[in-house]
Design a protein around this ligand. Structure first.
Ligand code: PMP
Length: 390
């Protein structure tokens, strides 16, 4: 495990996540010119690690911005205004795709799931059968509800339809495998665009939009002479990614240093080991939350390993609960949109340590009791430990 000496609070929101000392060090390292060969080398290595982590997409872009900008880059570089997409919507971040589509005059249809559940694959198949979708968007983990998309079922369906597949990996990358070459389902169907950001399971600060493309997605971009983007047009950034040291917009030197350090830690741990650790974290946290007497919104078969959305028991007031935890140094997130006030969200990913998870469960138990809900914190911590170290 990476050293974690500089996190004085307990940052348990679903991103940004706590940073390892190596990442803090990288953020504070000497400023170099973006053209300095020492920085160019770091950038090259960051690109190569990203490419390897994602199973060798054709091209990878690391651009200043947040995950939302990565979503925008993915859409605008594959789909033109007036063309249509299908949005597989399993929560608030599905809604975000429709908002971006609206902003760019992209037509869309949606297949929606009740929050906390997955979409019905038959409904997806029926929608796809109508045809005419340039691309389909799929959120790997919808952070609003803690639901993990069913890649093995949905990706082959989508690819059989001939549409491009755009995956939002913001709350999954580096915690759940996402591969451009391994493929999903019996016919090994592949992703075309994977967009992500650094501040969740990768363990980097917020500020980078990371987008990877397949040859088919790049062909779609090449077939569009003009797109309604300039800063977000990958054609403008290609030179920077092919020849680190070059600039379009100035590469965010410190952020790329931090991202490089975070990815080195990912590789030190090993991708497979990291995926298994997140699986274990998710199971342990959900078991411990249930041992506190709480209900996780998403059913066990559909839950994400990275984040849990947890329903409040009768009588616990969201704002008061989170304020009481914040006073003890622990930050959790409120629920989003229609779930607001009814649940809280807790992240368990990236460089977060088992000790942090133990403290978090203990503090949740203590605070629930203070607010009149009887919870057995000691038992919940024991349940957590049993599952974490099994
Ligand atoms: N997609 C998902 C699944 C997310 O969880 C988030 C952020 N919580 C975003 C997109 C947007 O990322 P950002 O907040 O970095 O713009």
């Amino acid at each position: 495990m990476a050293k974690m000496t500089r996190n004085t609070g307990l940052l348990m929101i679903p991103g940004p996540t706590p940073l390892a000392d190596e990442v803090y060090d990288a953020l504070g390292s000497e400023m170099f010119s973006f053209a300095d060969p020492r920085f160019a080398q770091v950038f090259r290595e960051a690109l190569a690690m990203t490419q390897d982590m994602l199973g060798n997409p054709e091209e990878v872009y690391i651009i200043p911005g947040s995950g939302l900008f990565a979503m925008e880059i993915a859409l605008t570089n594959c789909v033109q205004p007036g063309e249509k997409i299908l949005i597989i919507n399993q929560g608030y971040f599905g809604d975000r795709f429709s908002q971006i589509a609206n902003a760019y005059g992209i037509e869309y249809e949606e297949v929606k799931a009740e929050w906390g559940t997955r979409v019905d694959p038959q409904e997806v198949a029926q929608a796809l059968a109508k045809g005419g979708f340039k691309a389909v968007t799929l959120t790997h983990v919808d952070t609003s509800v803690g639901v993990l998309a069913d890649f093995a079922t949905l990706i082959p369906l989508i690819k059989e339809s001939g549409s491009l597949l755009i995956v939002d990996g913001v709350c999954a990358t580096a915690a759940v495998e996402e591969s451009f070459t391994k493929g999903y389902g019996a016919n090994k169907a592949n992703i075309d665009v994977l967009l992500t950001a650094g501040q969740k399971a990768i363990g980097c600060p917020p500020g980078l939009a990371i987008v990877a493309f397949s040859p088919d997605a790049l062909a779609a971009r090449a077939a569009m002479p003009k797109i309604p983007a300039y800063f977000g047009d990958i054609n403008n950034w290609r030179i920077v990614m092919k020849e680190p040291g070059r600039a379009f917009g100035t590469p965010p030197v410190s952020m790329i240093n931090a991202y490089h350090a975070a990815l080195k830690l990912v590789y030190q741990e090993g991708l497979e080991v990291r995926y298994q650790r997140h699986e274990r974290y998710g199971k342990a946290m959900r078991a411990a939350l249930r041992a506190l007497g709480l209900t996780v919104l998403a059913g066990e078969e559909v839950t994400a390993p990275t984040i849990s959305c947890v329903l409040y028991p009768e009588g616990i007031v969201d704002a008061e609960f989170r304020k009481a935890l914040a006073a003890k140094g622990m930050m959790i997130a409120g629920a989003m949109s229609r779930m607001s006030g009814k649940a809280f969200r807790i992240g368990h990913m990236g460089s977060t340590t088992p000790q942090m998870l133990e403290q978090a469960i203990a503090l949740l138990g203590e605070t629930l009791n203070e607010m009149g809900f009887s919870a057995d914190g000691a038992t919940a911590v024991a349940v957590l430990q049993a599952k974490l170290f099994c």
